[in-house]
Ligand binder design. Structure first.
Ligand code: HEM
Length: 381
């Protein structure tokens, strides 16, 4: 059984920092990297809004034409269409509702869970990394980058070293895109980030639809995402450029409770926590409660916990305990998971909206999409 099938509170209780190493070992399927299994065959379209596949393809084609050819630059596209809703309507003749996005969410949740032997049994972490890397290219000075145009679809951005391994996540999302062709890639990828956090027992992440697909000219230069081998100054340079402050940098970094580093992607190796498919504040707790020593190996500089030598920290992660301002926030999050959940939720909503003009959003109010468990509870009660 996959952990994401467990109800959120149960998962959280079951998988905590205190989990003995033996239990951890037997709990997790595998601890090595593997190629993901081939994607499951697409299920029938859920939209019910298209007359048929032919119409859907035509509509998708029209949408592509509308942005990619009729309006050669994404900036033009944003001006031409006042909102993404208007754009979808032009291309497909309907405006998706919150319920339609909930259907997409539910399909992503299935994909996350259908991970078989991949990593720790969930595609959640790699999907969250996709959403973050799609958004974290934002530069507030030039107002370029961010999640609006989903430019990681294009070379050379898809080949930037920081994006190594994210083809796995992008390919997974292609299945969902085929079933819901009206959704933009930017909306799909950020929704996947929301879904990953919520389905892995994290806080609700308020989200809005409205991103549009851009063109290759909107792609960002290399070097906008953080370099894990650096320290606090580098983190500030990168995240201040996006418009975040110290507290937000630390709150965002707590995402490293999830997933792992892969030798063949970043060069680094191993998970940060004993529960890499559950959102907890364990990243912060472990930073302060364990003794971290430099790993002796032929790879890049990273730290390992002295006790079990099975966990890792990146130099950037460790710098959160070395810098006075970062440390204050990291300690607060180690002491109070609710506080981190609240701040993490707020900052993720902001991260996922970087670079999206306000007028493009289909609604002013954010939506809270329901987890699969919440929907099941409602139908069974
Ligand atoms: C603070 C600066 C950051 C640095 C230097 C950094 C660096 C890295 C590196 C080197 C990896 C390993 C990639 C691999 O080998 O597969 C990684 C993984 C990951 N990062 Fe970050 N990251 C940062 C911030 C963030 C943020 C803000 C988020 C999300 C909000 C995030 C979410 C993740 C997740 C979920 C993974 C695991 C992916 C997987 O299991 O496949 N990271 N990060």
């Amino acid at each position: 059984m996959s952990f994401s099938l467990l109800r959120a509170p149960a998962r959280r209780a079951f998988l905590s920092t205190a989990t003995p190493r033996a239990a951890f070992r037997s709990s997790y399927r595998r601890y090595t990297t593997s190629t993901p299994p081939p994607p499951p065959p697409p299920k029938s379209s859920n939209t019910g809004l298209f007359v048929g596949v032919g119409v859907a393809s035509l509509a998708a084609g029209a949408f592509y034409y509308y942005y990619s050819i009729a309006s050669p630059s994404g900036a033009d596209a944003a001006t031409t269409a006042k909102s993404a809703a208007q754009a979808v309507k032009v291309a497909t003749g309907f405006v998706p509702t919150k319920e339609d996005y909930q259907k997409v969410y539910n399909r992503i949740a299935q994909v996350i869970d259908d991970a078989g032997e991949y990593d720790d049994g969930s595609f959640g972490p790699v999907l969250l990394r996709l959403a973050w890397h799609a958004s974290g290219t934002y530069d507030k000075e030039s107002n370029t980058g961010g999640s609006n145009y989903a430019t990681m679809r294009f070379e050379p951005e898809s080949l930037h070293g920081a994006n190594n391994g994210l083809h796995i996540a992008r390919q997974l999302m292609e299945q969902v895109k085929a079933e819901f062709p009206w959704i933009s890639y930017g909306d799909l990828w950020t929704l996947a980030g929301v879904c990953a956090v919520q389905e892995m027992a994290g806080p609700h992440i308020p989200w809005r639809a409205g991103r549009i697909d851009g063109v290759v000219a909107n792609a960002t230069p290399d070097g906008r995402l953080p370099d894990a081998s650096q320290g606090p100054d580098h983190l500030r340079n990168i995240f201040y450029r996006m418009g975040f402050n110290d507290q937000e940098i630390v709150a965002l970094s707590g995402a490293h409770a999830l997933g792992r580093c892969h030798r063949d992607r970043s060069g680094f190796e191993g998970p940060w926590t004993f529960a890499p498919t559950t959102v907890t504040n364990d990243f912060f707790k472990l930073l302060f409660n364990e003794r971290w020593v430099w790993k002796k190996w032929d790879g890049p500089k990273q730290l390992e916990d002295k006790k079990t030598r099975s966990l890792m920290m990146l130099p950037t992660d460790y710098s959160l305990t070395q810098d006075k301002s970062f440390k204050k926030h990291a300690k607060a999050y180690a002491d109070d998971q609710d506080l981190w959940f609240k701040d993490f939720s707020n900052v993720l909503t902001r991260l996922f909206e970087l670079g999206v003009p306000e007028k493009q959003f289909v609604t002013q109010d954010h939506w809270i999409l329901k987890t699969v468990d919440e929907q099941n509870e409602k139908t069974s009660s």
